[in-house]
Design a protein around this ligand. Sequence first.
Ligand SMILES: [Zn+2]
Length: 349
Amino acid sequence: MRPRGRQRPLDAALAYADRGWQVFPCHTPIPAGCSCRQPGCSSPGKHPRPTRGLRDATTDQQSIERWWTRWPGANVAIRTGAESGLVVLDIDPPHGGHTSLGAVVAEHGALPRGRTVRTGSCGAHIYLAHPGVKVRNNAGTKLGPGIDVRGDGGYVIAPPSRHASGAVYAWETRGPDLPAMPDWLLDQLRPPERRAPEPLAEQDRRLGTSSSWAQAALEGELAQVRAAQEGQRNATLNRAAFCLGQVVAGGALDRSEVEGLLIDAGLSTGLGEREARLTVASGLSAGYEYPRGPASQTHRSSAQRAPASPVPTRAELSLPAVDVGGIDLRTIALDGVRDIGATLPEVDL
Ligand SMILES: [Zn+2]
C-alpha cells in the first residue's frame, strides 16, 4: 500500500472494476508527447492501448492486472454507458463549459453532485447513474458548448491518470452512490424525434423516397464503419462522415444524430474518442459543402434521369471529384486523419 502520494493506476483500475465500472488502459502523456510515440498525436494520453478500444473494457481482475503489469503508467479509462451504469458530464472550460453550465443551472437548477472529478484541463467530470435507456454521446450540441455527454459507447479518463498539461485527474467529491439524472436532463438528451424539414416533407409526398433513401444511406455508411479493419478505420469513418454530411446538408438527416451515431460506430472499431470526434466533425463539415439528396436528380434533364432508386449505392454517395485550385477535394477531406492504433507498435513507458 502507498500511504500517500499518487495512487497507482492499477489500484485505481481494480477499485473501479470492484464497483462494476468497466476499465481499460489508455496511453500516457510523456514529455515528448504521447506514449504512442506518434509525432503530433492528436489526443495524448487519451486513446486506448488495446486494439479493440473500449470494446476491450472489462471488470475482470486478471485482465486488469495483466494490462497494468505490462504498462504500469497507463492512464485509466472508464467505459461509460449501460455496461458500467454510468453517464458522465464533461465540463470543459477552454471550450466554454463553465458559461454553458451557468446557463443550464440558471434554467433548470443545480446539477446533482455525487461524485466529481477535477480533470487535467481544470474542468470537471460529473458522474451520474445511467438511466437504463440509451444515452448517446454528445459533443456540446445538447447542453451547450464545452459540455460533453459521455454515455453509451463512450469513455472518460479517470483518476489518477495524467493529462497532457502535466496535471493529474483527481476525485474532488466522493460519494457512495451515483445520483440519478434529473428528468429535465434526460429530456434534453433524448434522441430527436424522427422529423423532416418543411421542404423535405413536400418532397417526401412527391417522391415518396427521401426518408428511406436517407435512412439507407445512414445504415449503409454505419455498417461500413463498423466493418472497417485496422489501418482503414479512420479513413472509412472520414469517408462515411463526408457522405452523410452531404445528406445532412440536403436536409434529410439530423446532423447531431448522425454525428452521435458515427462517433459510436468509430468507437466500436477501437478508435479513440477524441480522434473519432475530430474525424467525424471534419468529414461532416466537408460533406456539408456538397448537399445531396433524391431531389438532386431533378437537376438532370428528364431524358437523362435515371429511375429513382430508393437505396443509394455506395458509388452514388461517393466523394465528388471537385477540383479546388488544383487540389482534389478528396485529398482535403481525407487529410489530417491518421489511424494511430493501426500504425504503431505498442511502446512500453
Ligand atoms: Zn498518442
